[in-house]
Ligand binder design. Structure first.
Ligand code: PLP
Length: 475
C-alpha cells in the first residue's frame, strides 16, 4: 500500500463525492442512456500499463456518472430508499483500509465483537424481545440483504424440521422431506420469498391478503389445515411488515399465534418499515414479534447506513449453527466455544467489517438524530398527501401514508389510463416513480427517498405530476 498515494487519491475521491452530492439536485434523476452505452465509451481490453489516478477521476463524469440513476436525488421517489451518510461512507473507507475477513472471532476479534455490540444496541433501541440479544440464546448478525436473511432463515428452519422428523423416522431423507415441505407468505410478500423457496427446494403457498393487503391468521390457519390433510408439512412462514407495493403490515399477532400452535417458524421481513421501529410511536406495529424465530430489516434502506447492512436477529442461534456448521481444521481456533463465529450464521464464509458503518452512524447521529430523520420522511409523505388530496382527480389508495410511502392513482381512471400517466411521468424524466398492481388496480407509488428532500422538492414533484396529468387528461 502506498500510503502517500492513498492520502492524495483519497482526498481527490472524497472531493469528487462531495461535489457529486452538491450537484445532485441539478442532475437528471434518471440517466439518458440506452443499454450498451458504456461499451461504446470504454476500451475493449484492460490497460496494459498503469494510468495516473487523476485520469481515472477525469473520466468519471463522461463515462460513469452519465449512466447513474441518482437514488439520492430529491426527485427520486421509486422503490424504497437506500441510505447514505458521510459517517457510513467514512466507515466503509475504514473497512476497506483494514480489509480483514471476519468469518470467525480469531480472524478479526474486533469485527465479530463490534457486530455483537451494535446489533445489541439496535435491538434495545427497537425494544426487541430479550431473546434476540446476544446475552441469551439468540443474537444479531449483519447479512448483506433481506433476501439473504430470508434464505438463511429458511435453511435453518428446514434443518430444524428435518432433525425433528428424522427423530420420528430414521430412514427419512432430506429429498423425501422436501417434497412435503410448504413455505407460506402473503400474496403481497416480496419476490425474494419465492426465490428463497426455489433455492431451498420447497413449494410455496401464497395466502390471500385482505382488501387492505394485510395477511391474517385466519386465512393462514385454513391453508395449513388444508395442506396437512394432503399430507404436506407446513414449516415456515414469512410475515411482512411494510410490503413492497403498499407498505402494508401483516397481522403479526394472529399470524404468530397460528405459528405457535402449528409449530411453524415465523420469519419477519421488515426490510424498509423495520427502521421506523426505533421511534416509540411505531413500535406497536411490531407487537407479535414474540412469536418470531427470526426477524430482519435493512438499516441500509432507511437508517443512514450505506448498502449493505441488513440486520437479522435469531431467537436461537443453535438452529443456524446446526444448519451451517462445517468445521475444517484450518478454520478452528481455541476460542470457538466461548465466542461467536459468524461463519456459522450465514451462507458465505467471508464477511466484511460492516458493523463499523452502524457504529459510526449511531455515534454520529445518536438515536435521537435517527428518529428525527425517519420522522421527517414520514412528515414529507404527509405533506405530499396534503397536496394531492386537494386535487379531486386523484385518490390515495390504502391507508396513507404508510410511513414514507404514498400510493395513489387517477380516481375515475382505468388501469390503462393510470399506466399512461405512469409512462408519461417516466418519459418526462423530471421525477422517478415506480408503479404496482395491487388488488387488480394499477397504482403509482411515491416514496420519500433522499436525505436531501425538503418540502420544496415535494411541491416540485407534485407540480410535475399535476402538469403531466393535466396534459394527459386533455389529450
Ligand atoms: N422485502 C421487502 C419487503 C422489500 O421491500 C425488499 C426490497 O425492497 C426486499 C425484501 C428485498 O430487499 P434486499 O434487496 O435487501 O434483498
Amino acid at each position: 500500500m502506498d500510503s502517500d498515494a492513498l492520502v492524495s487519491c483519497g482526498a481527490m475521491m472524497l472531493g469528487f463525492v462531495a461535489d457529486y452530492w452538491r450537484s445532485l439536485e441539478a442532475r437528471p434523476v434518471v440517466p439518458n442512456v440506452k443499454p450498451g452505452y458504456l461499451r461504446q465509451l470504454l476500451p475493449t481490453e484492460a490497460p496494459e500499463q498503469p494510468e495516473p489516478f487523476q485520469s481515472i477521476v477525469d473520466d468519471l463524469e463522461s463515462t460513469i456518472m452519465v449512466g447513474v440513476t441518482h437514488w439520492h436525488s430529491p426527485r427520486f421517489h421509486a422503490y424504497f430508499p437506500t441510505a447514505a451518510s458521510y459517517p457510513a461512507i467514512c466507515a466503509d473507507i475504514l473497512s476497506g483500509g483494514i480489509a480483514c475477513i471476519g468469518f470467525s472471532w480469531i480472524a478479526s476479534p474486533a469485527c465479530t465483537e463490534l457486530e455483537g455490540i451494535v446489533m445489541d444496541w439496535l435491538a434495545k433501541a427497537m425494544d426487541l424481545p430479550e431473546f434476540f440479544l446476544s446475552t441469551g440464546n439468540g443474537g444479531g448478525i449483519i447479512q448483506g440483504t433481506a433476501s439473504e436473511a430470508t434464505i438463511v432463515a429458511l435453511l435453518a428452519a428446514r434443518s430444524r424440521i428435518f432433525t425433528e422428523k428424522k427423530a420420528e423416522d430414521s430412514t427419512l431423507t432430506l429429498g423425501r422431506l422436501l417434497d412435503q415441505l410448504v413455505v407460506y407468505c402473503s400474496d403481497q410478500a416480496h419476490s425474494s420469498v419465492d426465490k428463497g423457496a426455489l433455492i431451498v427446494g420447497c413449494q410455496i403457498r401464497k395466502i390471500s391478503s385482505g382488501p387492505d393487503c394485510v395477511m391474517r391468521g385466519e386465512q393462514l390457519e385454513a391453508a395449513i389445515a388444508e395442506d396437512r390433510k394432503k399430507g404436506l408439512i407446513p414449516f415456515f412462514i414469512v410475515a411482512t411488515l411494510g410490503t413492497t407495493a403498499t407498505c402494508a403490515f401483516d397481522d403479526l399477532m394472529s399470524v404468530g399465534r397460528v405459528c405457535e400452535k402449528e409449530h411453524i417458524w415465523m420469519h419477519i421481513d421488515a426490510a424498509y418499515a423495520g427502521n421506523a421501529f426505533i421511534c416509540p410511536e411505531y413500535r406497536h406495529l411490531l407487537n407479535g414479534i414474540e412469536y418470531a424465530e427470526s426477524f430482519n430489516f435493512n438499516p441500509h434502506k432507511w437508517m443512514l447506513v450505506n448498502f449493505d447492512c441488513s440486520a437479522m436477529y435469531l431467537k436461537d442461534r443453535k438452529h443456524f449453527i446446526d444448519a451451517f456448521n462445517v468445521d475444517p481444521l484450518y478454520l478452528q481456533h481455541e476460542y470457538q466455544s466461548s465466542a461467536p463465529d459468524y461463519r456459522h450464521w450465514q451462507i458465505p464464509l467471508g464477511r466484511r467489517f460492516r458493523s463499523l458503518k452502524l457504529w459510526f452512524v449511531f455515534r454520529s447521529f445518536g438515536l435521537d438524530g435517527l428518529r428525527k430523520y425517519i420522522r421527517k420522511h414520514i412528515q414529507l409523505a404527509e405533506y405530499f398527501i396534503s397536496l394531492i388530496s386537494k386535487d379531486a382527480r386523484f385518490e390515495i389508495i390504502f391507508p396513507a401514508p404508510q410511513l414514507g410511502l404514498v400510493c395513489f392513482r387517477l380516481k375515475d381512471g382505468s388501469n390503462e389510463l393510470n399506466k399512461s400517466l405512469f409512462d408519461a411521468l417516466n418519459n418526462d424524466k423530471r421525477i422517478y416513480l415506480v408503479s404496482a398492481n395491487v388488488k387488480e388496480k394499477y397504482i403509482l407509488r411515491f416514496a420519500v427517498c433522499s436525505s436531501l428532500t425538503e418540502e420544496k422538492h415535494i411541491e416540485s414533484s407534485w407540480n410535475v405530476i399535476d402538469e403531466v396529468a393535466t396534459k394527459l387528461l386533455s389529450s
